[in-house]
Design a protein around this ligand. Sequence first.
Ligand code: PLP
Length: 468
Amino acid sequence: MSRNHAWMQRDLAVVWHPCTQMKDHEQLPLIPIRRGEGVWLEDFDGKRYLDAVSSWWVNVFGHANPRINARIRGQLENLEHVMLAGFSHAPVIELSERLLQLAPPGLSRAFYADNGSSGIEVALKMSYHYWRNSGHAQKKRFVTLTNSYHGETVAAMSVGDVALFTDIYKPLLLDTLKVASPDCYLRPEGMDWAEHSRNMFSHMEQCLAEHHHEIAAVIVEPLIQGAGGMRMYHPVYLQLLREACTRYRVHLIHDEIAVGFGRTGTLFACEQAGITPDFLVLSKALTGGYLPMAAVLTTNELYQAFYDDYTTLRAFLHSHTYTGNPLACAAALATLDIFEQDGVIEANRALAAHMGQACAHLAEHPHVAEVRQTGMVLAIEMVQDKASKTPYPWQERRGMTVYQHALERGALLRPLGNVVYLLPPYVITPDQIDFLAEVATKGIDLATRKSASTRVDMGRYPGHRDPG
Ligand SMILES: Cc1ncc(COP(=O)(O)O)c(C=O)c1O
């Protein structure tokens, strides 16, 4: 029996995996990873996989990065953890100072949580609580875009719209207002991204005009709706949204959990719109992909609404046990050092251009409706019919063929339904990008070669971060 197989059997006897129909593993091998190095993951039988999705979009500077490792080791010698209420430590102070310096002007406070969804919960609760403390308790609803994803906890699901994750739990969710996404995949033929994004803003304007008195905040994934299939839009939408949120006295929450830290071509996506949100939520690449942590950056105005004598009960009494964990802060500080010292954003421009060139030919593929790109994210939309953009029925799980082909070839590509995407660590080389493009092309050929479905009841395309 191979070592992989032995570990797989032990795993499947006891572990319940995230985002997985466990029955799939009756056919689909589970891959136990023994070690990682740079863009590579290596299993127990010695096979290597190029991590083209940065392990769920977290890893930016490679696995087992010596500089991040060293910083965590150093921190480990001094302090592994201390509660952040009543106590503090150097890494959390230094990290807060540096994040606020890097963030757009006007953000002056950092609150911490221990994963992305919890960071979203913090921003939603703070927003509502701010309005309550300010005498506007009726402002308690949240506006969200269709096809958005903000995490898996109950309030985070409430502001999400990826059916696969949320439909079942609908009876449990908050009553949110949904506005049509500026998703440029859906733009009329011949229209550019900026015009479509601008046009789509009319839906948001109308929603804010009608409901602003009861709205606490609008939450968006800036520029890229990740789990919804790497759907993209133009920064002009964010400019219009900032202006309208100010005009209607509604908070703007930027969920940059997936797109922050250089993914879209700038350190933060909001820079491309030249705006400052009221909340900037960061996670994933914040720690270089090492340790779970989220930071919620906000303004002095927000902070001051909670600052009062204890007995007024205006304080934000939200806490996660591991808030501001020193090891996670150390990983984040090492990550920021690398951004600062290595000219990463500049170097990524060349890598992003190479990714675009390496995948450009796929636009001509008879079953590809679009190859789209924003910075270090490139997505390829497989369709049944190119002219009408008719999707493959999600039940056919075409992306699974791409996933399995890539694994055989030594690449971890994990399509979102019919959307194959590259979201690699920034330490990838041009040759490795070429390899991924070739694997993706072959995988798409194989996945789309199978005859078209005769299914009529396609249901709503649920979208997912699973290789369906
Ligand atoms: C935009 C966005 N928000 C929130 C989350 C949730 O983060 P976490 O999985 O750490 O809870 C994700 C995760 O993929 C995400 O992409």
